[in-house]
Design a protein around this ligand. Structure first.
Ligand SMILES: NC(=O)c1ccc[n+]([C@@H]2O[C@H](COP(=O)([O-])OP(=O)(O)OC[C@H]3O[C@@H](n4cnc5c(N)ncnc54)[C@H](OP(=O)(O)O)[C@@H]3O)[C@@H](O)[C@H]2O)c1
Length: 340
């Protein structure tokens, strides 16, 4: 065990695209334990688009990270010291421990992980918050029917990959949108989407018309911007737009003019945002359904694992530029369960 803790702090609030100078990397003491607490050494840190919102003071559904505080984030780690009878050293746990190597946390706040159920890292992606997001958004809003056309943006990413595969299992025809030929190839050949369009291609609307000749019944919105503008007019009557996120606009200094939402009234569309934390009680149900599929290889996922906490700022910036390919994780330390 190291004798120092390393942390990434939010040094100042970014303006537009975050820069490495917006963060500070600091070494400090490994925290002491109070009675009832355990010391967790991080193994994987999840980096997610929502973190851009936490860096901003703008009003949102969650409190921003304070300037000077450790950046917020979910971590899978191992208990290295325990002052709680219910948790033993060596156990694997999941929690919001932030961008740091060590944290002292109350044992009652822990979620224990079984490394035999699935790789530990999956608890941050396909079997965790992004997977649950896809599951809940489809079940409660998208509700794809047999033969319908479902379009998923950021299709190779953590949420999009699961959303598309689950919609396909419901019998829908699935069209992905992703950035670049590599991602599109992966979405079609590995994830089994019926087609995938590169959003960087010149004529996104024309490409959508070609692969969605009957229009779009469900649009899974992950990115916003020009992709949303291309898909929106192609929505059918009674289409459902799953407003999951609009990552391409997260760095905007001013909100962009939106689409004409009158069409939502005219076509009786249902456009509904949602926050996965409202459905957190369904994580057990989701994992019970998805973990066997992950083990059997029917539910595919891809991880983009970057080595070392110091790389977190750069890796996060890369995520906002599409440089990650799959669920972006920071490897904070050895994953004994991966090699066991
Ligand atoms: N509502 C909720 O509760 C909830 C929960 C989790 C996630 N989300 C949202 O779901 C979305 C996907 O999250 P994720 O964790 O699965 O991330 P991800 O898809 O694994 O990574 C982000 C991806 O977004 C795409 N992107 C980034 N900038 C873009 C731009 N300017 N134009 C077009 N595409 C761009 C890139 O893919 P391409 O290169 O393929 O474009 C990038 O790889 C985000 O909007 C996130 O905020 C919402």
């Amino acid at each position: 065990m190291e004798d120092t803790n390393r942390q990434v702090l939010l040094k100042r609030r970014p303006t537009g695209m975050p820069k490495p100078e917006d963060f500070a990397i600091c070494d400090g003491p490994v925290p002491d334990l109070q009675e009832g607490e355990v010391l967790v050494r991080g193994i994987y840190l999840s980096l997610d688009p929502y973190m851009r919102g936490r860096m901003s003071a703008a009003r949102s559904y969650a409190r921003p990270v304070d300037v000077g505080a450790v950046m917020e984030g979910r971590v899978v780690g191992r208990v290295v010291r325990s002052r709680a009878p219910s948790v033993g050293e060596g156990e694997y746990v999941l929690g919001g421990y932030g961008w740091q190597l060590y944290s002292a946390v109350p044992a009652r706040s822990l979620t224990k992980l079984d490394p035999n159920e699935a790789p530990l890292s999956a608890a941050l992606g396909v079997l965790g918050m992004p997977g649950l997001t896809a599951y809940v958004g489809l079940a409660e809003i998208g509700r794809p029917l047999q033969g319908e056309t479902v379009v998923v943006s950021a299709a190779s990413g953590a949420v999009g990959a699961v959303a598309g595969q689950l919609a396909r299992r419901a019998g829908a025809r699935i069209v992905g949108i992703a950035g670049g030929a590599d991602k599109c190839g992966y979405v079609e050949s590995e994830l089994g989407f019926d087609a995938c369009i590169d959003h960087r291609s010149a004529d996104l609307g024309g490409a959508l018309d070609r692969v969605c000749p009957n229009g779009v019944d469900v649009y899974w919105e992950n990115v916003g911007g020009p992709v949303q503008q291309a898909v929106f007019p192609r929505l059918n009557d009674f289409a459902r737009m799953v407003m999951c996120g609009m990552v391409s606009e997260y760095n905007d200094l001013e909100p962009r003019p939106g689409p004409n939402l009158m069409a939502a009234v005219r076509k009786r569309l249902r456009i509904q945002g949602f926050i996965v934390s409202d459905a957190w009680q369904r994580i057990g149900e989701y994992r019970a359904m998805a973990a066997p599929l992950v083990r059997s290889g029917e539910l595919k996922y891809r991880e983009d694992i970057v080595e070392g906490l110091d790389q977190a700022p750069e890796a996060f910036i890369g995520l906002l530029q599409g440089r990650n390919f799959g669920k972006l994780l920071i490897k904070l330390g050895d994953d004994p369960a991966a090699t066991a």
